[in-house]
Design a protein around this ligand. Sequence first.
Ligand SMILES: *[C@@H]1O[C@H](CO)[C@@H](O)[C@H](O)[C@H]1NC(C)=O
Ligand SMILES: *[C@@H]1O[C@H](CO)[C@@H](O)[C@H](O)[C@H]1NC(C)=O
Length: 402
Amino acid sequence: MFPKTPLANSNISPTTTNKKTTASPTNATLGFIDQLLNKIPLPRWAIYIIFAVIVLLILVCIIWVCVKCCCKSKKERKNKPDHQINLQGVTGSTTTSLVQPGSDDADYGSAKNRGRLLYSLEYKAQELTVGIKQAAALPAMDLGGTSDPYIKVYITPKKSKTLETKVYRKTLNPVFNEHFKFEIDKAELNESTIVMKVFDFDRFSKHDIIGELRLQLGTIDWNHVIEEWKDLSEPSKSEDIILGEICFSLRYVPTTSKLTVVILEAKNLKSMDVGGSSDPYVKVQLALDKKKWKRKKTSVKKCTQNPYFNESFTFVVSFEQIQKVQLVISVWDHDKFTRNDAIGKIFLGCDAAGNQLRHWADMLSNPRKPVAQWHNLFSSEQVDSTLDLKHSVRIPFINKNF
Ligand SMILES: *[C@@H]1O[C@H](CO)[C@@H](O)[C@H](O)[C@H]1NC(C)=O
Ligand SMILES: *[C@@H]1O[C@H](CO)[C@@H](O)[C@H](O)[C@H]1NC(C)=O
């Protein structure tokens, strides 16, 4: 019945293969792969293992890339909290009194950690020796998570010379142990400020400033060698710029415990607005035991660099308190649209220096008489770092007295 089986076979087989290809292409590709595998001179299991290894390798690569990406963004996110933790550690370990419940959060939010500096100061035979010992917990300025720190040291306002340390590579905790000498006489020392600026070295671009320390030398007791850690602060922007002068009178009446400050006038105030003029006003603050205590301010004088105020403020300050109190006088530019800017600042008190100490001492030695004097303004960063004021104290009972 089937004499032509081979022909029939050959006839059937092409149709079946045809059917296969049209009906299910996967089967065809499988068949093709099968043929291909047959051509490879390796046992089937060996080929499967090689295939499995290749797939595994690709998977591992993909996972590695994913993990790498995740870690990087995590690290970036983690960077800031890290510094804040450092800051908390720093303040916690140096002065526990600094940690006050309630007001800490706001402070940590606004203050960027710039690290700390251990320095020493010694004044002997008309020579000031500044020791730059070491820095710690500096922020990372480079992409690699490190910095290349070095420090510049100079004295203002007479910036006779600027000295600098070596650059320390890839570290956030450099140990410098370098000493710098400045020839300076006692009178000039009383009016000077030492500036230590920490920079991040960069061969190819402008060196970033990490932070700075400013210390008014007139306030220092030179009977001892000073060696201490201090937090670096934000670099002052108003370096070597004339900020202006202010004239006010002071009067203290011990019997009534009344301190009267009359803000008379200011002149040559630095303009803070783009237009070139300012709307100045003056804040008069008292600080006690490194805390803000009382505060008053003058009216705003429109569009002038030489305002005349003649405004009087009276504070109740006991005779005991007058020897510890600091009077902080600051000139501000009133700005309707943005935050008000401080033009300049000074402070007076028994721990003030130079001209300011003289004025305060004159007031104390001439009770009941108003004593007026002109003062040069300093940058508020400089005064703030000298004062190192903490949070304000509220003594409602005393405030009600007047
Ligand atoms: C410097 O100031 C101190 C007080 O801060 C004072 O005792 C001293 O006489 C002043 N020296 C000079 C030379 O002005
Ligand atoms: C300053 O104010 C006082 C009173 O507060 C006044 O007696 C005096 O005349 C004023 N001086 C000037 C120059 O306006």
